[in-house]
Design a protein around this ligand. Sequence first.
Ligand code: ADP
Ligand code: MN
Ligand code: MN
Ligand code: MN
Length: 372
Amino acid sequence: MSMSTVSISCDLNKTVREHFMRLPQGGKCLVTYIWIDGSGEGLRNKTRTLDSEPKSIDEIPEWNFDGSSTDQSEGSNSDMYLIPVCMFRDPFTLDPNKLVLCEVLKYNRLPAETNRRQKCKKVMDQVKEHEIWFGIEQEYTLFGRDGHPFGWPQNGYPAPQGPYYCGVGANKTIGRDIVECHYKACLYAGIKIFGTNAEVMPSQWEFQVGPCEGIEMGDQLWIARFLLHRICEDFGVIATLDPKPVKGNWNGTGGHTNVSTKKMREEGGFQYIEEAIEKLGKRHTEHIQVYDPRGGLDNMRRLTGYLETSSITEFSAGIANRGASIRIPRQVGQDKKGYFEDRRPASNCDPYLVTEAIARTCLLDEDEDKSA
Ligand code: ADP
Ligand code: MN
Ligand code: MN
Ligand code: MN
C-alpha cells in the first residue's frame, strides 16, 4: 500500500463513526485526563472508564502515565502522577463524559518541571482579596498537513494584509468552520469563551477566554487550547501557537493578557491601573522571560516594534496604543476605571506563568526568590 492510499483520520467515514457514537454506554462514563507535557507547550491525553458519572472533581481518581514518553522522566523511573484539578463536559463524546485537566507530579509527588500551576495557585491564594481577573486573547494560525499556512497559494503569498482582520468572504477568511466548531465546543464544555475574530494575517484567528479569577485563567485556557487542537484534528488541519509562524511582513501571534483588580474596576480605579503599570515597567525583563516558553527567544521574533507590537527591550504604555507593551483601552481611559492589556505574552505562553508574574508584580511587594 502506498502512502497516498493510507486513510488519514480526518478523511475516515464520519457517517460510520456517527453510528457508533450513538450507542448507549451502559451507565459507564468516559473520562479523558489531559495534561501539559515536558515541552511546556504540548498537551497529552488518555481516557479511562468510570463506573458512574463523577459529580465533582473529588470523585475522579488520580492516575499515572509513562513520563519517559512525554519528556518528563527517565525510563527507569517513569511513572508520573496525574492529579485531576478541574472537570469539563466532553463536547466530542458528549454527556455524561468528561474532560479533566490534571497537574503532573513526579515520583516524589513534587510538581513536574512544566507543572507551573502549583506556584501560580499559591500566588493567587495570597492575592485573593484583590479579586484579580484575567482575560486572555488566544491568537493562533491554521496550517495544512503540508506544513504550509492553511489555504495559502502553493507558490507565493496571499495579497498583503489589510482585508483579513474581522473579514468575511471566501477571498478574506480561511477556516471559519474550525472557529465556529471550537466556539460551540467551548460553550458546551463550560469554557468562559468571551468572543472570537479573524486576525490580520490570512488563516490567523483569535478567541478570548475570560474574565476568569485567579488560577481559573490558566485552567480554562489550557482546556480551550485542547479543544482547538482536537477539533483541528477532525478537520485535518493544524493549529500552531508559534508566535511568528510566517517570517516577514506578516503579523505575529500573541496572547494579550487583560487584567483588573476589584479596585481597578471600581469608581476611581484608574489610579490603581497606573500604579500597576508603573510596577510592571520596573520588571520588564523578568516578565519577558516568562512570556514565552523559551525565555524571550520566541518573542524576539515577534516583538519587533512593528506590526502592532512593542520592542522586546523597551517597556511602554499608552491609551489605545497597540504598539505599546501595555495598552489601556480607550473606554477605560474615558471611564477612569476598568482594566489594562499586557500585549507582550506570546501565543504559546504558559498562562500560569504569565498570570502568576502579573499578580506577583502588581500585588505582592516581594521578589520571586523570597516567596519561593
Ligand atoms: P482587543 O481589543 O485587545 O482585541 P478583545 O475584545 O479581543 O480585546 O479581548 C478583551 C479581553 O478582555 C477578553 O478576554 C475579556 O475577557 C477581557 N476582559 C474584559 N473585561 C475585563 C476585566 N474587567 N478584567 C480583565 N479582563 C477583562
Ligand atoms: Mn483581541
Ligand atoms: Mn488579536
Ligand atoms: Mn488585544
